[in-house]
Design a protein around this ligand. Structure first.
Ligand code: 9MR
Length: 891
């Protein structure tokens, strides 16, 4: 029989938590991290669950244990009824929840008891208080384990260490002790090693009672009228969510900053939202289209935080901030406070002690016998690791943010040189590409040099030998740095972005473009020769694993980018032969570093090419977007993310945003405003219209995340340090949250509640380069949408044809027809090449080409309505396909 445990927290409502252990918990056992645990915040509120499921927040004093009641429970999920979280185990002792018990296979031949452990961290103990550790345990063969309550970090001081003889019959044990020291970084640890035979242990009903009640974080979700705290586009959709007990429609009022009611209506009851467990209504005030600041929305006796209407400038700022995030993440360069005020620091990992990398970095023992200079790149996230697959997807989306300006109807000149806060101004290269290059140069260094075993493959990652604690300036990191083995995933990911970079950098730096293309081809060939070298999930000490045992999607993505950049038949064949080419890549759970087929599909749809089934590919994006739109509309928070499991993944905010990338791409392909409205509404969720009533982007919104997990921006631990820079995205709710902060989130949290803005919350609240890349892409898209009004009809239609292709030269015609209904005077034609084309001259007119952007001033300077004219272009191609540009501007 299971022990009956009454959860004091009504948020622990439904959903059984099923989850496998995640390797990152080892940070806890290895790092000095927990010694910096912040003071836990007292319980300020309690959530009441109404009959209809509505959650209301009422203030509540910190509960005291009533006389005669059971002492407080310190262990979370000791009955394993809700899976295994937040328990962890050492990699040699795989465990799982079996029939409501936790069972693990213990290896033979480990020298010490502590070489095989099942444990739970973030246990709070108070000096002088009495505690009772109780559990039921059995073994498949008689064995002895140690039941410990101790510090989770060196010196691992034990408060209790009890040898416990186990037999094949489950038996209840209990031990009492008085804590000698106070800590919030304690640990319950069952030490199982030291045996001579393999055996299986099963644990159940683990309980540690005593002390004061375990702190539970219950967020303040007031005011219960949840809005995009930054605001809404003047002409765009405007929706809000009201958390209420009411089941019938309620009146709402929109007030301007002076308190005058400017619009009103009735809410739409939406029932209980499964992602939050809340009973909610929605408000649609989209018909109000007047720009203003400090507006508020009132319903059910609550008033929203103030917000603005007419926020294009805010999205413009967000695009710059989100993209400027990368400068302060740079490794191997001093960060200048003059460029990033408040964030200046010494260069990290340039071989200057105490750093022990990255200029002459050895492999892990037995992996290789050479050393590489792998300086540069970006720090991945809150840690100082550098991982090729994550750097790759991030740099892909940064370059895609730029390339989109050539593929969509975006005013030319956006995102140019001088647009971001980085040092490389004035070099005529768009800043976003300067930033992308910083990572690409690092990735090139990660490729195994010619003449070495596995030449052409790419090392999966480089990072510290052991996890470090927080805070830690990169330049002060004393850990040895190590290269981890090459992997097929990293090699293909690199092939993809190097090929993508080759076409994008060509107009700015031919030599660099050629180097990238060469490296991409080499990587592709190496991956084809070694198609199944997988990064293992067990490689998680000192850095994240980024494990991936299915690289079919990476093969597809790499083939797609190589094909788009070269037009070569072999890569086209690889694209067409991939099972991903026709499969549904627009999964409810989105795409990320591990699932990259979507990246390939999006580029095949948008970058011009001669792909035989390009029309079908483009339609597949529109179909995928339709489904995300339906998801978004069905969710009362406008959430475009609905994993089939009903559980939110690590980095859910990034997955939400990537689904918005698909919607945005469908808008770019079709001009259908419904998709663009979907992106705008979808962004509401990230900026405050969510169950926690907070923005997940630092500096944007009245209540915004600002304690993200980071060794550099550790203001929460040391007030002298900064918070993350404005425009930093938090990973977001994670149903499998597991970190010291997450133990304060009640198990079984409805997905939207599985989050805490705490620096120790790496599984819900980290910053990361891939996540900010998606934020950059989407905010850049929104910044390009003006006030969100109707899409203006273009002034003309353009038909561009390659008439003659001779070797490297070409003749092309652009036939322009005035479709505007008015006469165009002194008009110009503008477009951008996605290949290496360069126009030398036009017949009857003049041409100016800056990088890939072409501006033609035709001799035929007056074009009457309905009139057409043809412009003859004479040019050449350096390498790659001579593809027709994607979009044209005229007028
Ligand atoms: O973003 C990654 C997520 O998809 C994985 O589930 C998780 C666990 O492997 O790791 C995340 O990446 C982290 C990486 O392992 C280490 N650096 C910080 C990354 C963001 O949390």
């Amino acid at each position: 029989m299971k022990a009956l445990r009454v959860l004091p927290d009504p948020l622990a409502v439904t959903a059984a938590v099923k989850k496998s252990w995640h390797p990152d918990v080892c940070r806890v056992t290895v790092g000095a991290l927990l010694s910096f645990l912040p003071k836990v915040s007292p319980v300020k509120h309690s959530l009441l669950v109404g009959a209809a499921g509505a959650l209301l927040v009422v203030p509540l004093a910190t509960p005291a244990t009533p006389a005669g009641a059971d002492p407080p429970e310190q262990v979370v999920n000791g009955t394993f009824d809700s899976g295994t979280d937040p328990w962890w185990w050492t990699g040699n002792t795989p465990a799982s929840a079996v029939g409501g018990r936790l069972c693990a296979t213990v290896p033979a031949g480990t020298p010490n008891a502590w070489n095989a452990i099942i444990g739970q961290n973030a246990i709070t103990l108070q000096a002088g208080e009495s505690y009772r550790l109780a559990f039921t345990a059995s073994a498949t063969t008689p064995a002895t384990m140690r039941a410990n309550v101790q510090l989770a970090d060196p010196p691992y001081t034990p408060e209790l260490s009890a040898p416990t003889a186990l037999t094949t019959t489950p038996k209840a044990f209990s031990y009492t002790f008085k804590a000698a020291a106070s800590t919030t970084a304690g640990q319950v640890a069952f030490q199982l090693g030291g045996g001579t035979t393999v055996w299986t242990v099963c644990l159940d009903d683990v309980s540690l009672q005593g002390g004061t009640p375990r702190p539970v974080n219950v967020p303040d979700i007031h005011p219960r009228v949840q809005v995009n705290q930054v605001g809404y586009l003047t002409e765009g959709p405007k929706e809000a969510t009201v958390v209420t007990k009411a089941t019938a429609s309620l009146p709402w009022q929109l007030r301007n900053a002076a308190g005058v009611v400017v619009a009103q209506g009735n809410t739409t009851p939406r029932g209980v939202d499964p992602t939050s467990g809340q009973n909610v209504h929605t408000v649609d005030f989209g018909r109000y289209r007047v720009a203003g600041t400090g507006l508020t929305l009132m319903a059910d006796g609550e008033t929203s935080v103030p917000f603005d209407i007419g926020v294009n400038a805010a999205y413009e700022k967000l695009r710059v901030d989100a993209l400027s995030f990368y400068y302060t993440q740079r490794s191997g360069i001093a960060i200048l406070g003059s460029i990033a005020p408040g964030y200046g620091r010494a260069a990290g990992h340039l071989g200057v002690p105490p750093n022990r990398g990255d200029t002459d970095t050895p492999c892990q023992v037995g992996v290789c016998d050479y050393r590489l200079d792998v300086r540069g790149g970006w720090y991945d996230a809150g840690d100082h690791g550098k991982y090729v697959v994550n750097g790759g997807i991030a740099v892909y989306q940064l370059m895609s943010t730029f390339e989109r300006t050539k593929l969509a109807l975006v005013e030319p000149g956006r995102l140019g040189d001088g647009s971001l806060r980085i040092p490389e101004h004035g070099n005529q290269v768009p800043d976003v590409l300067d930033e992308a290059r910083w990572e690409l140069e690092f990735m090139l260094r990660m490729q195994v040099p010619a003449g070495r075993p596995l030449a052409g493959m790419v090392h999966h990652k480089v990072h510290d030998q052991n996890w470090t604690g927080l805070p830690l300036d990169p330049a002060a990191d004393p850990q040895p740095r190590e290269l981890h083995p090459p992997s097929t995933a990293a090699t293909l990911n690199f092939a993809a972005v190097a090929a993508q970079g080759a076409r994008i950098f060509q107009p700015y730096d031919k030599a660099f473009a050629a180097k990238l293309l060469d490296a991409a081809r080499t990587a592709w060939t190496a991956a084809a020769a070694h198609p199944a070298i997988y990064a293992p999930s067990s490689d998680h000490i000192g850095g994240g694993a980024y494990d991936d045992a299915d690289v079919s999607d990476e093969f597809y993505w790499a083939a797609a980018e190589l094909y788009l950049s070269t037009g070569e038949r072999a890569y086209q064949d690889a694209v067409m032969a991939s099972p991903w080419h026709t499969a549904d890549v627009f999964r409810p759970q989105g795409f990320d570093w591990k699932f990259t087929a979507t990246a390939g599909r999006l580029d095949l749809a948008t970058v011009p090419s001669g792909l035989p089934d390009r029309a079908r590919v483009r339609q597949s994006v529109v179909d995928g977007a339709q489904r995300y739109l339906a998801t978004l509309r069905a969710n009362p928070y406008g959430l475009a993310y609905a994993p089939a499991s009903g559980r939110f993944d690590w980095g859910s905010n990034n997955l939400v945003l990537n689904n918005l990338v698909v919607l945005a791409t469908a808008f770019d392909l079709t001009g259908s405003v419904a998709f663009r409205d979907g992106v705008a509404s979808g962004m509401d969720y990230l900026l405050g219209r969510n169950a926690l009533n907070q923005s997940y982007v630092t500096g944007f919104g009245k209540q915004a995340a600002h304690n993200q997990h980071s060794r550099m921006y550790a203001h929460q631990l040391n007030p002298a340090l900064p918070s993350p820079p404005a425009g930093s995205l938090a990973g977001g709710p994670n149903s499998s949250a597991q970190d010291p902060a997450a133990t304060r989130i009640p198990p079984g949290c409805p997905p939207q509640f599985c989050y805490i803005d705490d620096i120790e919350g790496w599984s819900t609240n980290e910053i990361a380069i891939n996540w900010n890349a998606t934020l950059s892409w989407v905010s850049s898209f929104l910044a390009d949408q003006g006030d969100g009004g109707p899409v203006p009809a273009p002034a003309c239609s353009v038909s561009y044809r390659n008439v003659v292709d001779f070797g490297r030269g070409f003749l092309a015609t652009a036939t322009v027809r005035n479709t505007s209904g008015r006469t165009l005077h002194d008009w110009k034609l503008r477009y951008a090449y996605t290949g290496t084309q360069k126009v030398d001259r036009v017949v009857d007119g003049t041409v100016r080409q800056t990088a890939a952007s072409v501006e033609v001033t035709p001799g035929h300077s007056r074009l009457r309505p309905g009139e057409s004219t043809s412009i003859l272009l004479v040019g050449r191609v350096d390498w790659g396909p001579n593809t027709v540009p994607a979009v044209f501007w005229c007028g």
